[in-house]
Ligand binder design. Structure first.
Ligand code: ATP
Length: 224
């Protein structure tokens, strides 16, 4: 059987319990063989004062996943700042991972913007995508705009609505799909965590324990 590998991209400044619980749930529900966190490079001119160096962000992912045998951090974007687009990252990972089936994981807020991404049609047709719900982003019950309304009719045929905690079926895995999932809903953002840390308050309830210790040790997010 082909290996299933989840690719979870983001800024991760820092990784928080929302990312963590989404990652765990997707590992379990999709019976993934591996999950790779891929921190984005983020060029210095876009960082403002807010975004930590890629090395701190990568280190926090490394300490968070230290005791998880199937979770890894990939430096693929940090090492190639000249190729920042997700579709390029997936192409490079695929080339190195042989016959594996790659599932790109994104939150519902990112999915709303996906049509502005480089080669989004190819990304969504050649790769599996798993969309994780996030508080404030419903999948579209009566009266709401459905979350995938911005996709072309062709891409819409790839949608698999797993809301209500449903699991994917083996038949779904035969060709690339766009899965809508709501396995967990965790109301936290990295912006919240940075603000809490900046106020000198404890962040232990919002990030994995090793990440809280790292932030404290290196005094991230504190006013200079
Ligand atoms: P920031 O507050 O700095 O914008 P963030 O919390 O949105 O950060 P990112 O690192 O930008 O975190 O997110 C990486 C990916 O994880 C994105 O696809 C985002 O949609 C998703 N994500 C972030 N937080 C959650 C959450 N609480 N639940 C589900 N998905 C999330």
């Amino acid at each position: 059987m082909r290996q299933r590998i989840a690719i979870y991209g983001g800024t991760f400044d820092p990784i928080h319990n929302g990312h963590w619980q989404v990652a765990k749930a997707i590992m379990n529900c999709f019976a993934m063989d591996r999950l790779l966190f891929v921190p984005a490079f983020v060029p210095p001119h876009k960082r403002g004062q807010q975004i930590s160096s890629p090395f701190h962000r990568l280190a926090m992912l490394a300490v968070a996943t230290m005791n998880e045998a199937q979770m890894f951090v990939s430096p693929v974007e940090v090492e190639a700042p000249e190729r920042p687009y997700t579709v390029q990252t997936l192409d490079r990972l695929k080339a190195g991972l042989g016959n594996a089936q790659l599932f790109f994981v994104m939150g519902a807020d990112s999915f709303r913007d996906v049509t502005t991404w480089r080669e989004h049609q190819r990304l969504l047709s050649e790769y599996d995508v798993i969309v994780a719900t996030r508080p404030g982003y419903q999948f579209g019950d009566q009266g709401e705009t459905p979350i995938a309304a911005h996709l072309s009719p062709e891409l819409q045929t790839k949608l698999v609505d797993l809301s209500g905690g449903q699991l994917p079926s083996e038949e779904d895995f035969a060709s690339p799909r766009i899965y809508l999932t709501d396995y967990v809903e965790v109301d936290v953002s990295a912006t919240d965590v940075r603000e809490i840390a900046q106020q000198g308050k404890s962040i232990v309830n919002w990030v994995p324990p090793a990440v809280a210790a790292y932030i404290e040790k290196y005094k991230l997010y504190q006013k200079p």
